[in-house]
Design a protein around this ligand. Structure first.
Ligand SMILES: Nc1nc2c(ncn2[C@@H]2O[C@H](COP(=O)(O)OP(=O)(O)O)[C@@H](O)[C@H]2O)c(=O)[nH]1
Ligand SMILES: [Mg+2]
Length: 365
């Protein structure tokens, strides 16, 4: 039996099985096997080569945001409003066939915004432009789900499609550590009460992945899917923001009604008539979680007008890389005034993590 047949067989088995307390274990195990087969299928396909050509978009700027939405919800219109881009807008579907980049300058940050061709349901399994396009989203710092005011539930389709290609929107990496050992079988140490998976299922899933000896530490009430995510290791965890477009077509009562009906938060906008675009830009900026670093040449005043914008969590090395390719080699030492140090002018190493509004001096050889 080839991989596609095996996948089909397991999928049929899952569909046939009623979900309840008694079958949970069985289904969990089947899902783990399915994920493994899908990875094998993927590996075979990528050995065939060429599958990602045409959609490798170079990352530029301080962060990258991708627009993900069904066709005709107004992604191109939105891109044109947010950035300097001139993406084609049309009243019919599938206008945009390639990834269109634009740059949004906001509060000193250069934010790259990518308009992905409209996603359709099933894209992750090869329908429409599919996987290649979707996979551009894997490198994003923020996913902007764009929905039409008359179709707010589409966001569930979008989330599912991203999930299928390993993007976990708004999730954090599971707090689980797995260490392969050379002998001793599988030991599971659990530091919280597990309600969604049993220790027995943890062990069986590990065996599916040929881990017969391992130490597992679980610090969070995980699901079987999350365990598989850890085992596969190729998942990406990206925050998202949902934009509800075309609100010019409805009244305030309609929006209130949607707000109470759907569970997620969204930013209501009209790209075409320019409603709420300022608020959207601000929200994007906030979600990207930037910090500002003021550069101070040695012996001179710091430049407090134009901070360097870097991602939260950046260290001195990240700043060096941003400034100049060779900065790292030339660096003698770094000095900081601000919240990340105990005293002003403290010398720090390249792995020192910066905080918002730090003042930084880089002294070169
Ligand atoms: N009424 C209204 N129409 C919009 C808005 N944004 C886009 N459209 C229209 O929706 C259609 C599809 O827009 P487009 O940007 O090409 O959608 P895309 O396929 O998601 O890129 C076009 O006819 C746009 O003029 C909006 O905010 N309000
Ligand atoms: Mg478009």
């Amino acid at each position: 039996m080839g991989i596609p047949e095996k996948i089909k067989k397991i999928e049929d088995d899952i569909h046939r099985t009623q979900v309840n307390k008694k079958t949970e274990h069985h289904i969990g195990l089947l899902k783990a096997k399915l994920a493994k087969l899908k990875r094998e299928q993927e590996e075979q396909a990528s050995r065939g080569g060429g599958s990602s050509i045409g959609y490798d978009v170079k990352k530029t700027g301080d962060a990258t945001v991708v627009l993900v939405g069904l066709p005709s919800v107004g992604k191109s219109t939105l891109l044109n409003r947010l950035t300097n881009a001139k993406s084609k807008v049309a009243a019919y579907q599938f206008t945009t066939l390639t990834v269109v980049p634009g740059v949004m300058d906001y509060r000193g940050a250069r934010i790259q915004v990518l308009d992905l061709p409209g996603i359709i349901e099933g894209a992750s399994s090869g329908r429409g432009l599919g996987k290649r396009v979707l996979s551009v989203a894997r490198n994003a710092d923020l996913i902007l789900f764009v929905v039409d005011v008359f179709q707010p539930e589409a966001v569930n389709v979008l989330r599912r499609e991203l999930r299928n290609i390993g993007i976990r929107a708004d999730e954090s990496p599971p707090n689980v550590v797995i260490e392969q050992t050379s002998s001793g079988g599988i030991t599971v140490s659990v530091q919280v009460k597990l309600t969604k998976i049993s220790e027995e299922l943890v062990k069986e899933i590990l065996r599916v992945y040929d881990m017969n000896s391992a130490r597992v530490i679980i610090r969070e009430d995980i699901t079987d899917e999350q365990l598989v995510d850890v085992l596969l290791g190729n998942r990406v965890y990206i925050p998202s923001l949902t934009v509800m477009n075309k609100v010019d077509l409805v009244n305030a009562g309609f929006i209130n009604e949607i707000t109470s009906k759907i569970k997620y938060k969204f930013v209501p906008v009209s790209a075409e008539t320019n409603i709420n675009m300022g608020a959207l830009k601000e929200e994007i900026y906030q979600r990207l979680n930037f910090i500002r670093v003021y550069m101070k040449p040695r012996g001179l005043e710091a430049d407090m007008k134009e901070p360097l914008i870097v991602k939260n969590g950046s260290n001195v090395l990240d700043v060096c890389n941003k400034l100049h390719r060779r900065m790292k080699e030339d660096l003698k030492y770094a000095q900081i005034w601000g919240r990340s140090v105990k005293f002003g002018g403290q010398k720090v190493g390249i792995t020192h993590r910066l905080m918002d509004e730090d003042i930084l001096t880089l002294v070169t050889k």
